[in-house]
Design a protein around this ligand. Structure first.
Ligand code: SAM
Length: 291
């Protein structure tokens, strides 16, 4: 929005912001502009379109300008709005947590498939829980589960607990800060499923990520060590001490890592090892059972 005083309608502002973001090569510029206006005005996106002719008052323009400035700095829209939909539910997000991705819905589908037939009262561990989107979704999809979720980041655990309360996933759901299985005490082979979307990007590749991700999402959520598989290797090695015979491990990975991770599963003694593809057709989840 230029500094010259003039009357701005909602439509003018959306058009101006769309144009500005396109010049900065932002994909989905119009959608972003509409969502920013919706957030600033406290209305939904449909109203932004329907009320396009409405004139904005100075306070409304200021609220839009403040959010737009952040988006111009390439802060993801999910952080501006403070939430992101995952598996049909709204999760609170801020800079303490990775923004849940549609790809991770594949991990949920695989986890539910692995639990099929014996989910009643089953015990699940969600490692690297971040916003809690995996742990909470599994609990809401299968309410009799007992779910333990951990994350190295205290901030992430605070966000996950808040999400669990807001979404009504509190009974038999526990969150704890710490390294992988660390907060769960001594290993016990009582769990039916261990699930994780760990950091899996090679340290050297982080610099090439889109700036929205690289400069705004937590580094701890992205950096998977030298070859990207440092945390994955630890989970595959440790999970058998936590799974009952027949229990399953399911992990999300980057495209291109499935073959190597399948080898890790087999070397650790898992059987029935399978790969699953995300919405884009990439192999993104490897799962297997402890014999
Ligand atoms: C890729 S994010 C996944 C977040 C969430 N589960 C999701 O799917 O959106 C990875 C998470 O792992 C956490 N993390 C990284 N290293 C960890 C470790 N050694 N132990 C536990 N959590 C770890 C990060 O803090 C981050 O929240």
């Amino acid at each position: 929005m230029s500094e010259q005083p003039r009357d701005w309608t909602i439509r003018d502002v959306v058009a101006w912001m769309t144009d500005d973001l396109r010049k900065r090569s932002v994909e989905g510029a119009r959608l972003d502009a509409e969502l920013i206006v919706a957030q600033a005005l406290g209305i939904d996106r449909v109203k932004v379109i329907v009320e396009g002719q409405r004139l904005l008052d100075p306070q409304e323009l200021e609220a839009i300008r403040a959010l737009f400035k952040r988006r111009r700095g390439l802060e993801p829209v999910a952080y501006l709005r403070g939430f992101r939909e995952f598996y049909g539910r709204p999760f609170r997000v801020d800079r303490r947590v990775l923004i849940p991705r549609p790809d991770t819905e594949t991990l949920i589908d695989v986890a539910l498939e692995r639990l099929r037939g014996h989910d009643l009262g089953a015990r699940v561990v969600d490692l690297c829980t971040g916003s809690g989107c995996v742990a909470i979704t599994l609990k809401l999809e299968r309410p009799t589960l007992t779910v333990d979720a951990t994350d190295l980041s205290e901030g992430a655990i605070a966000v996950a607990r808040d999400n669990a309360q807001r979404l009504g996933a509190v009974w038999n759901v526990r969150f704890a800060a710490g390294d992988l299985f660390g907060p769960l005490g001594p290993p016990r082979r009582i769990h039916d499923l261990v699930v994780a979307n760990p950091p899996y990007i090679a340290t050297g590749e982080i610099a090439q990520l889109q700036p929205d991700i690289r400069d705004h999402e937590p580094r701890l959520a992205l950096d998977g060590g030298e070859d990207g598989l440092v945390v994955v290797r630890r989970i595959v090695a440790e999970a058998p001490q936590w799974l009952r015979p027949g229990g399953a491990l399911a992990l999300e990975l980057a495209a291109g890592q499935a073959e190597e991770v399948e080898r890790l599963f087999l070397a650790a003694g898992f059987d029935d090892v399978r790969r699953a593809v995300d919405y884009g057709g990439h192999e993104r989840v490897v799962s297997g059972r402890v014999p």
